[in-house]
Design a binder for this molecule. Structure first.
Ligand SMILES: [Zn+2]
Ligand SMILES: [Zn+2]
Length: 83
C-alpha cells in the first residue's frame, strides 16, 4: 500500500480521497482554512525546503517551522518540501 502525504503538514493517508477530505491545520491560508494538499513527490528519507534548503527527516518536521526565505516574507510561511 502506498502512503500519501499532505504537502503542508505531513499527515499520512492510505488514499488520496481520505487525505484531501480533511482540513489541514497547517494550511497556508490558516489552520483549517483549507484541505490537506497531496504531496506529489516521492517518499524520501530526508526532505529539504525548496526555499531555503533546511532539511528534516519528515514532512511534518519540516513544515512545523517558519521559513526565513519564504516568498511571502521572512517567517510569513512554513518550510515547503521539494518534490
Ligand atoms: Zn495537511
Ligand atoms: Zn524554508
Amino acid at each position: 500500500m502506498p502512503n500519501y502525504y499532505c504537502e503542508y503538514c505531513g499527515t499520512k493517508s492510505s488514499t488520496i480521497a481520505s487525505l484531501t477530505a480533511n482540513s489541514c491545520h497547517r494550511h497556508p491560508l490558516g489552520p483549517g482554512k483549507g484541505k490537506h494538499k497531496l504531496y506529489e513527490g516521492s517518499e524520501k528519507t530526508q526532505y529539504s525546503c525548496k526555499y531555503c534548503g533546511t532539511s528534516s527527516s519528515s514532512i511534518s518536521g519540516l513544515t512545523a517551522n517558519s521559513c526565513h526565505r519564504h516568498p511571502n516574507g521572512v517567517g510569513k510561511g512554513k518550510h515547503s518540501p521539494t518534490l
